[in-house]
Design a protein. Structure first.
Length: 117
C-alpha cells in the first residue's frame, strides 16, 4: 500500500500555540486509525520547541479518518487554522470546520492526490 507524507502546520500562530496545537491534533489523529502515523517536527532548526508542525503518513484508505480528525479538532479549537502541504506544495488551508464538512474535506484531500480511491 502506498504511503503519502503530508505536513500540517497551524497558520499564523506563535511557536507556543503551534506546539500546543500540534500536540493536541497528534493525539486526536493517533486515536482514529492505527495506519495513521504522526510525528511532531520542527520547521525551524534554530528553535528549541517540541515541534509546531506534524508530519503525517497515511495509507490511502485513511483519508476519510484524517478528514474526520481534522474537522473534529478544528471544531474543538475554534478560530484555529491549519495548512496541509504535500511535497512542499500547499494542498489546502482550513479553519472553522465541523462534522458536516468532513465529506468536502475528504474530497479535497483525495483531489490533491492523497488517495487513490
Amino acid at each position: 500500500m502506498p504511503y503519502t507524507p503530508v505536513v500540517i502546520s497551524f497558520g499564523d500562530t506563535t511557536t507556543a500555540e503551534g506546539n500546543r496545537f500540534a500536540g493536541s491534533l497528534a493525539e486526536t489523529l493517533r486515536g482514529l486509525n492505527p495506519t495513521i502515523q504522526v510525528e511532531r517536527i520542527r520547521e525551524r532548526p534554530d528553535t528549541q520547541d517540541f515541534g509546531a508542525s506534524l508530519a503525517v503518513i497515511l495509507g490511502t484508505t485513511a483519508v476519510v479518518e484524517l478528514a474526520k480528525g481534522i474537522a473534529s479538532w478544528l471544531a474543538r479549537n475554534s478560530g484555529s487554522k491549519i495548512e496541509i502541504r504535500r511535497e512542499g506544495q500547499v494542498v489546502m488551508s482550513a479553519s472553522h470546520l465541523d462534522s458536516v464538512d468532513v465529506p468536502k474535506l475528504a474530497e479535497a484531500l483525495r483531489t490533491a492526490g492523497l488517495s487513490s480511491d
